[in-house]
Design a protein around this ligand. Structure first.
Ligand code: ADP
Length: 400
């Protein structure tokens, strides 16, 4: 069976095609600058000799033309990976917000589409684009089952004491103001990989997972289920991120508005786009910040110290919440590639049973890579995330 995984953004469509019989990735790509000048598709085909990359600069005024472009590349003579788009049995869609309604992956019908639409106020930047991807894929791959995999679903197992805010009940009951959490597909994928590495069933595995990409979040996973996470009602709180502030005193917002005359739109931009590593160090990419720090830049050093200190604080918090932890897992761009961030985040945690092996930590992760010292009670693992593969697997499961 062939499963196409789609991550539809406001001006891009990322896709991967999997063959579930061979468990292989057949091709992957990105349509970018949809609706803008200079749109193009980058299509990568996996073959025996490696990866063949095709770049086409073609107008893609909307998602429909973008996805049609992908459909035609899949069958284009000379570079075809399938003979007929009808071979695609299912399309798995990444959908950011599933609210309280979706704690599982679902086969999409009109009702599911309505709920995703109703959830737009909760994820105004993501759900409209995800929905557009679904509507377009329904037309282009009409014979395929359409399946939605939600970023929030994995965290729906959190207990109320973790997901409720200390606000008047009405805000939760009437307006759904609560912690939802994000990156669920990644937290779940690395949890499964960690359990397999530990040789335990997921349902008996307790983990702290740290997804450190441009956006970053951690999850407390008890017996395979998320019981707490650092992001909240939106993807803004928790860890310090590339451009997002993470946790902050909400009264700062009143100060900015009342004393500095900033508008709500300006504050929104400040906290989401101009803060985090960018705000403190002047760069959002950890590689640039590390380079600056090595050249003696004190703001860059402070930014990294703040970044790692937040992670360390949540490790401590989640150890208190979880009890005995089997493993701490690092994943995503920073988690997989920055030995320095991992080392800074774990330093001084020996009293909690977390001890890194410096040499192992400096190796490059391809598969699951253990980086704990022999005397570490908690295993420390670097696990490359693969959200698309997890979406493909869940799509297959949803179809029974
Ligand atoms: P996204 O959240 O966009 O999916 P990724 O998981 O791809 O992000 O992570 C992107 C981030 O990973 C970059 O901004 C950069 O900070 C970090 N990163 C990537 N490679 C390295 C590296 N070699 N060393 C340190 N950080 C890295």
């Amino acid at each position: 069976m062939k499963i196409l995984v789609i991550n539809s953004g406001s001006s891009s469509i990322k896709y991967k095609l999997f063959d579930t019989e061979t468990h292989e990735l057949m091709c992957a790509g990105l349509v970018e600058r949809i609706g803008l000048a200079g749109s193009r598709v980058k299509h990568e085909i996996q073959d025996d000799g490696g990866v063949q990359t095709i770049v086409r600069e073609t107008p893609a005024p909307n998602h429909e033309t973008g996805l049609r472009l992908v459909a035609s590349l899949l069958v284009e003579p000379g570079i075809a990976v399938i003979e007929d788009p009808a071979e695609i049995a299912a399309v798995g869609h990444r959908v950011v917000h599933g609210g309280e309604r979706f704690s599982q992956t679902v086969v999409i019908d009109d009702e599911v589409i309505d709920v995703i639409r109703q959830l737009i106020p909760y994820a105004p930047l993501h759900n409209p684009a995800n929905l557009e991807g679904i509507l377009v894929a329904r037309r282009i791959f009409a014979q395929a089952a359409q399946v939605a995999v939600f970023d929030t679903a994995f965290h729906q197992t959190m207990p109320a004491r973790a997901y409720r805010y200390a606000l008047p009940n009405d805000l939760y009951e009437k307006h759904g103001v609560r912690v939802y959490g994000f990156h669920g597909t990644s937290h779940l994928y690395v949890s499964k990989e960690a359990a397999a590495w530990l040789g335990k069933p997921l349902a008996e595995t307790t983990l702290i997972t740290a997804h450190l990409g441009n956006g970053a979040s951690m999850a407390a996973v008890k017996n395979g289920r998320s019981v707490d996470t650092t992001m909240g009602f939106t993807p803004l709180p928790g860890l310090m991120m590339g451009t997002r502030s993470g946790d902050l005193d909400p009264a700062i917002i009143f100060y900015l508005a009342n004393n500095l005359g900033m508008s709500l739109a300006e504050i929104d931009k400040l906290l989401n786009k101009q803060s985090g590593l960018l705000g403190v160090a002047g760069n959002s990419d950890v590689r640039d910040v590390v380079e600056k720090m090595e050249a003696g830049d004190e703001n860059a050093r402070l930014a990294l110290e703040m970044y790692a200190y937040r992670i360390k604080k949540y490790i401590g918090a989640y150890m208190a919440a979880l009890g005995p932890v089997d493993a701490l897992v690092f994943t995503a761009g920073v988690g997989e590639n920055s030995p320095l961030v991992r080392q800074m985040s774990c330093s001084g945690l020996a009293h909690l049973g977390v001890v890194l092996d410096e040499k192992k930590n400096n190796a490059r992760a391809k598969d699951v890579m253990p980086i704990h010292a022999e005397n570490s009670r908690v295993k420390i693992l670097v696990i490359p995330t693969n959200e698309e593969l997890e979406i493909a697997r869940q799509t297959l499961d949803a179809l029974g």
